[in-house]
Write a protein that binds this ligand. Structure first.
Ligand code: DC
Length: 225
């Protein structure tokens, strides 16, 4: 079973993907965390983020792993736990610059395909249905109003103890979506076989129920508790 979940920032992809994976008993891979981990390392190494050759070398040489510990997904970069540090505003700001790079995407997509070759997965990101799992059993495209997505992101950041400026968050999300959608390699877009779900007026639970019912309707063999 391969399930692709794509969509812009704050549409609720990771919440959905985590719960679907848990309900179906399959692996969840947060591909955004992989791009974030590489960005964190690039910033920590002080390299020029627009230097393609160095960025490619860094991507090839970096070991990124997603590990479940006590039911929590933890992200390791070269064996260092970066789960929290990859969510800082600085990493969020620079990650689209790293993610636009062709060499980086080549390395990341290959790592993600490699994982999916071995096991059933739910993957969330931007180019999962397009590049990583073009033959996925299901391709979902989650979206929501910009205002609502910014509200969700602001709430998350306040919970983590950051001071937030709503208009700045909204502008940053808008900018990130633009970069993610307009890049040449692996852009974020609705595919002809995407199932589009607008989550603006739905609770996380309603989105999970909707997706699970779509999956089970089409696939009676899926073991849903
Ligand atoms: O989902 P997220 O916000 O953690 O993703 C971080 C960034 O990584 C975002 O700007 C888009 C990029 N990304 C990507 O280009 N391709 C993916 N498959 C996943 C994320």
């Amino acid at each position: 079973m391969k399930i692709a979940i794509d969509g812009p920032a704050g549409a609720g992809k990771s919440t959905l993907a985590r719960q679907i994976a848990e309900k179906l008993g399959i692996l969840y891979i947060d591909t955004g965390a992989m791009y974030r981990a590489l960005t964190w390392k690039a910033l920590a190494s002080n390299i020029n983020l627009r230097d393609k050759a160095t960025l490619y070398e860094l991507a090839v040489a970096t070991e990124i792993s997603l590990v479940y510990e006590d039911g929590q997904l933890r992200v390791y970069c070269d064996r260092q736990d970066v789960t929290e540090t990859i969510r800082t505003p600085e990493v969020s700001r620079w990650v689209p610059v790293v993610a636009v790079d062709e060499g980086v995407r080549k390395v990341m997509v290959e790592k993600q395909r490699e994982i999916a070759r071995k096991t059933s997965v739910v993957m969330d990101g931007r180019d999962i249905g397009l590049c990583v799992l073009p033959d996925a059993d299901f391709k979902f495209y989650l979206t929501a109003d910009l205002e609502e997505r910014a509200r969700r992101r602001a709430k998350e950041m306040v919970k983590k103890g950051y001071k937030v400026n709503f208009e700045e968050i909204k502008a940053e999300i808008w900018e990130r979506d633009k970069l993610d959608s307009e890049r040449e390699i692996g852009p974020l877009k609705v595919l002809p076989d995407s199932i589009v779900i607008d989550t603006s007026y739905l609770t996380a639970e309603e989105v999970v129920d909707k997706v699970l019912s779509l999956i089970t309707e089409e696939n009676d063999a899926v073991p849903v508790p």
